[in-house]
Design a protein around this ligand. Structure first.
Ligand SMILES: *Cc1c(COP(=O)(O)O)cnc(C)c1O
Length: 429
């Protein structure tokens, strides 16, 4: 499928039925798979033959969808996880363990920040957070001999800052580590981080990829480009025999194109089992079939809303990288010229209380922790997703107390603007 344009891939990649087979992806609702002989099954356990044996590790429905996502991102292999949290955990834990260190952008999703700074820290992995706007020198200063990866979000949730992927990739590669990009907000329709040097991409498929708020899920895609074998001491898990899998060396057996995802499946799915249900993978695929159409409308609506907010007297500031006045506009033009996704953030005059009053008066937009949905929704992060953070941490994550995250759906833009206008009038009373 690699020569087709992204719109065609959204529809056609992944599952390709043979003569007489179902046109739509079959939901393989089976925990297990049957074999004629124990020898046949033994080969699967030794990773000598590919095939399915237990849905805790792999399922054909998931693999059709993972293959489509890998094709959309321009990667060589992919896997679905039960959530975006699981995807980011696996992506890091696949190459870092107790005693290691990771450098991450400070402007990341609150759940990811917690995962890194609290839970993974308890596992002995240290994180250093740096501003996405850090200079190369500042970024370099965060690296240590035991650093195993650099991590950031294409468009940060909820700060909406844009990561200079190419620059971050260069610094990562100079230090012999991969750049892992959470591409949830941009989606492969708006931005494909591998084209700018990123090595691994993760997703919360819960957001735009599903697009209809119907299933929590995640994905990891490998570009197949990072040469682990150049740094065997840094990445022993990929470059030396895995005793828990009969001495297989992933890079030798599966090549650069397959090593990372095979290891994550064989070890992490086996031991943690955070797999997406085949039913949810089916729903995810339905969402992806309209991704290109939806992302265009999401981005159009968000730009219209941002333009309206920019001149509205009840608003103190607007953040949307698609606005020519936005400091991130040049980066957005470089990385996602087709649009800056549907999420706009802004401050309501009067601070925290005015923001809450504004949200209470919205009629179309509903208050949800969810984001990136066909239905418009909004959130006050300081009192919800980011409430575990101190003021200083909020500041570092680019989240001010008056910030409203407004996720434009694919309704009519004029209707959305009229709804915002009436709610702002009431908030200012
Ligand atoms: C929502 C989100 C996550 C976490 O994904 P879940 O599917 O909710 O586990 C990770 N990264 C980003 C950028 C997100 O928006």
């Amino acid at each position: 499928m690699s020569n087709y344009k992204i719109e065609t891939k959204c529809i056609q990649s992944g599952y390709v039925p043979s003569n007489g087979e179902p046109r739509q992806i079959p939901i393989i609702q089976s925990t297990t798979f049957k074999y004629d002989t124990s020898e046949d099954m033994g080969k699967l356990f030794d990773l000598e033959a590919s095939g399915y044996f237990y849905t805790r590790l792999q399922n054909p429905t998931n693999d059709y969808v993972a293959k489509k996502l890998a094709d959309l991102e321009g990667g060589t292999a992919g896997m679905l996880t039960s959530s975006g949290q699981a995807a980011n955990f696996y992506a890091i834990f696949n190459i870092a363990s107790c005693g290691d260190h990771v450098v991450a952008s400070s402007n990341i999703y609150g759940g990811t920040f917690n995962l890194f700074s609290v839970t993974m820290k308890r596992m002995g992995i240290d994180f250093t957070f740096v501003s996405p706007y850090a200079t190369d020198e500042e970024l370099q200063a965060a690296f240590r001999p035991n650093t195993k990866a650099l991590f950031g979000e294409t468009i940060a949730n909820p700060a909406l800052s844009v990561l200079d992927i190419e620059r971050f990739a260069n610094v990562a590669h100079k230090n012999g580590v991969p750049l892992i990009i959470d591409n949830t907000f941009a989606t492969p329709y708006l931005c494909r981080p591998f084209e700018f040097g990123a090595d691994i991409v993760t997703h919360s498929t819960t957001k735009y990829l599903d697009g209809h708020g119907s299933g929590v899920g995640g994905a990891i895609i490998d570009s197949g480009k990072f040469d682990w074998t150049k740094y065997p001491d840094k990445f022993p898990g990929l470059c030396t025999p895995d005793e828990s899998y009969h001495g297989v060396t992933y890079t030798e057996r599966f090549g650069l194109e397959g090593a990372f995802i095979t290891k994550a499946t064989a070890q992490l799915m086996r031991d943690f089992g955070s797999i997406q249900s085949p039913q949810n993978a089916y729903l995810l695929n339905l969402g992806i079939e309209s991704l290109h159409v939806r992302m265009e409308r999401h981005s159009y609506n968000a730009l219209k809303v941002a333009e309206f907010l920019e001149t509205n007297p009840h608003i103190t500031w607007v953040k949307y990288s698609g606005l020519p006045s936005d400091p991130d506009y040049p980066l957005a033009q470089k990385y996602f010229p087709l649009g800056s996704c549907g999420v706009v953030s802004f401050g309501v005059k009067g601070g925290r209380r005015a923001a809450e009053k504004f949200m209470k008066n919205l009629r179309l937009a509903s208050i949800e922790t969810h984001v990136a949905d066909a239905k418009t929704c909004c959130l006050h992060p300081a009192s919800a997703t980011h409430r575990q953070m101190s003021d200083a941490e909020l500041e570092a994550a680019g989240v001010s107390p008056d910030l409203v995250r407004f996720s434009c759906g694919i309704e009519n833009a004029e209707d959305l603007i009229a709804d915002i206008a009436q709610a702002l009038e009431k908030a200012g009373e």
